[in-house]
Design a protein around this ligand. Structure first.
Ligand SMILES: NC(=O)c1ccc[n+]([C@@H]2O[C@H](COP(=O)([O-])OP(=O)(O)OC[C@H]3O[C@@H](n4cnc5c(N)ncnc54)[C@H](O)[C@@H]3O)[C@@H](O)[C@H]2O)c1
Length: 329
């Protein structure tokens, strides 16, 4: 018998993976609703695997009390809530789904760029309120810019930024990137020029953020860096709210120092109603296009993540090494 403690939504497990394809002697035990380690240990302390929502914590205490545990699998890409050191000390693999939702996030970043360029929300509202002709007339006079005419700058040129560049290449726009590590092969292949960050912020019309949150990247887009940007600059954030100083950005939008923001993430999450970006004066509200942190949550991304997770668990039972180990085992 192989037991899996499932700490994500039962609905998602049923939807994204055909559990009938698992060997007959596998038992899935659903503990998502339980709050404490003790409750989880009572339910499935003898489990071989934990399959866990990326935002749920897995403590040292839980790991230490599960003698049969072999692998903890994050359902998503993040694994910062799992005590990877405690797992390593007990020879338990921790695995994630690195890169699995990169295509989804890249597509979303392109959507935010075009949504802002075409003033999607404002145009929609004007059509709904009988102002179609006014919208068309004023948008034409203000100027509607094609993405092909934009210089796009990637801040952070990792997996998602590269996928975004791949999708932008056919539009024909000029592209540049900044990262602490160079990847000259990818730059060449995708037609992306490397630039120091100050130059990139000064030159680009669209600045697409793809940094992880670290102590060096918190508030990376701050008042000083915002001041370098062009007044027509659009900022796209599919990374994390923490990398932007939201007060400074709200101020820059109101003062016309930058033109727009398309963001999938805010800080903190869950988003609070006092967030400065939610409270721009009404004449500036359409400068911001929000989405509810769904960039990476497509059907295709979840199907890939669930397939990889269950295949990894089956590999471990066969005695093979799983893919995407994140705790240096
Ligand atoms: N919106 C969503 O649904 C969603 C989904 C997945 C990931 N994300 C976020 O997207 C972001 C990028 O993810 P990824 O998978 O492309 O990550 P990645 O690790 O592949 O790329 C990050 C890049 O940032 C660079 N970097 C790190 N610190 C830097 C610094 N101080 N200065 C310059 N460059 C630096 C790294 O060298 C790396 O190339 C992360 O913040 C991640 O949390 C969001």
């Amino acid at each position: 018998m192989v037991k899996v403690l499932v700490l994500t939504s039962k609905g998602r497990v049923g939807k994204f993976f055909d559990i009938n394809t698992l060997p007959k002697d596998w038992e899935l035990v659903y503990g998502e609703a339980l709050k404490t380690d003790e409750e989880l240990l009572n339910l499935a302390g003898d489990a071989d695997f934990i399959f866990v929502d990326a935002i749920r914590e897995i403590s040292k205490h839980l790991i230490d009390q599960m003698p049969n545990l072999k692998l903890i699998h994050s359902e998503g890409v993040a694994y910062n809530k799992i005590d990877t050191e405690a797992a390593k000390a007990k020879n338990v693999f921790v695995c994630n789904n690195a890169g699995a939702n990169a295509p989804a996030v890249a597509e979303h970043a392109v959507m935010l760029m075009i949504g802002l360029l075409r003033r999607l929300l404002e145009g929609d509202m004007m059509v709904r309120t009988g102002k179609q002709i006014e919208a068309k007339g004023s948008f034409i006079l203000d100027g509607i810019t094609e993405i092909s005419a934009c210089h796009v700058g990637f801040v952070g040129f990792g997996v998602i930024a590269k996928e975004t560049a791949k999708r932008l290449k056919p539009f024909g726009c000029k592209m540049s990137c900044f990262d602490i590590y160079r990847n000259e092969d990818a730059e060449k292949q995708l037609g992306v020029a490397y630039m120091p960050v100050e130059e990139l912020l000064k030159e680009c019309d669209i600045i697409s953020l793809h940094l992880p949150v670290t102590k060096d990247t918190e508030n990376f887009i701050n008042e000083e860096r915002l001041a370098l940007m062009k007044s027509n600059a659009l900022i796209i954030n599919t990374a994390r709210g923490e990398i932007v100083d939201q007060d400074a950005l709200a101020k820059a939008l109101v003062q016309g120092k930058v033109a727009g923001l398309g963001t999938d993430t805010l800080n903190p999450e869950p988003v609070t109603l006092d967030n400065p970006l939610l409270n721009l004066p009404s004449e500036h509200r359409y400068k911001v296009l929000f989405t509810p942190h769904i960039a990476g949550t497509t059907l295709q991304a979840f199907a890939t993540m669930h397939k990889t997770s269950w295949e990894n668990m089956m590999s471990v039972i066969k005695g093979d090494r799983p893919k995407n180990i994140v705790n240096q085992m």
